[in-house]
Design a binder for this molecule. Structure first.
Ligand code: ATP
Length: 274
């Protein structure tokens, strides 16, 4: 379907080299993907194949990028969906959507002659939150369908399907999702440290004209506790300032304004949410 081809475009564009910092998370993910790519080896050691990988960590740290890079790395078709799409669906619709996700993954892998498929569910807490008294039934059905699909995956199957999911609220997830054979691999994607921030800034500055007075080390220093998404915004805002002033280059002061703006923006967002 449309979603499959849209996602397939993405999977060829994203790679682990395009993700700044996150060395530990990247290495853990690559190790898990090698299990997917080299099934003979894991069979030899009698290792249970991985069905589900859960990426946890704060918003904007690159979890979606990781999932897309994973598809690229393992030459898999990428099918992405957000848990938030399932909220307020009528009874049964969510479960049907889960079923068609898996069908879509199999069909588009077959069509593109790929032996792997990755289904990525962002904000999985929206479908797989803890089931407490008074929950809606459609909600249960969606989660149950996901569990059923996962339990029904076989290692000999072609294409092999890997489910990746992301959440920034791991403690909210229904324990049923975390059982062995389901999402039993957890990879923490943290806020970037200074070195990571510098890498992310440099990645997003690659297509921008920077003046000589820009010191990325200093920018990385001044963006303490910024996520990758915020760092991307800093560069984008700085470019807008420079363009507005009709300068040739993005100067250090444009970056300073941009840092302030992104920091302020975050504050007002938080205040309005409260
Ligand atoms: P959310 O939980 O809000 O969905 P996320 O963790 O999935 O966030 P992404 O959607 O992957 O985050 O990141 C958003 C954008 O921020 C990316 O498209 C990219 O531009 C930038 N970004 C985030 N992290 C990184 C990173 N480590 N390296 C390079 N760019 C990054």
């Amino acid at each position: 379907g449309a979603a499959a081809s849209r996602s397939a475009d993405h999977s060829s564009k994203y790679s682990f080299e395009g993700i700044g910092g996150q060395d530990r998370a990247k290495n853990e993910l690559i190790e898990a993907l090698d299990f997917l790519i080299k099934p003979e080896q894991i069979a030899k050691f009698g290792i249970r194949p991985i069905k589900g990988i859960l990426l946890t960590g704060p918003p904007g740290t690159g979890k979606t990028l990781m999932a897309k890079a994973a598809a690229n790395y393992s030459d898999a078709v990428f099918i992405g969906v957000s848990g938030s799409e399932f909220v307020e669906m009528y009874v049964g619709v969510g479960a049907g959507r889960i079923r068609s996700l898996f069908k879509e993954a199999r069909q588009s892998a077959q069509k593109q002659k790929k032996s792997n498929a990755i289904i990525f569910i962002d904000e999985i807490d929206a479908i797989g939150g803890k089931r407490e008294g008074g929950q809606q039934r459609e909600y249960d059905q969606t989660l149950n369908q996901l569990l059923t699909e996962m339990d029904g995956l076989y290692e000999q199957e072609s294409p092999r399907i890997l489910i990746m999911a992301a959440t920034n609220r791991k403690e909210m997830l229904d324990p049923a999702l975390l059982r062995p054979g389901r999402f039993d691999r957890h990879i923490q994607v943290d806020m970037p440290d200074k070195k990571g921030r510098k890498q992310i800034l440099e990645l997003h500055a690659a297509n921008k004209p920077l003046a000589e007075d820009v010191d990325m080390d200093k920018v990385a220093e001044e963006t303490f506790n910024f996520s990758g998404a915020q760092l991307e915004s800093v560069l984008n805002e700085a470019a807008i300032y420079a363009m507005r002033e009709q300068r040739e280059w993005i100067e250090a002061r444009h970056l300073s304004y941009a840092i302030d703006k992104v920091m302020m923006g975050e504050k007002t967002d938080r205040e309005t949410n409260e």
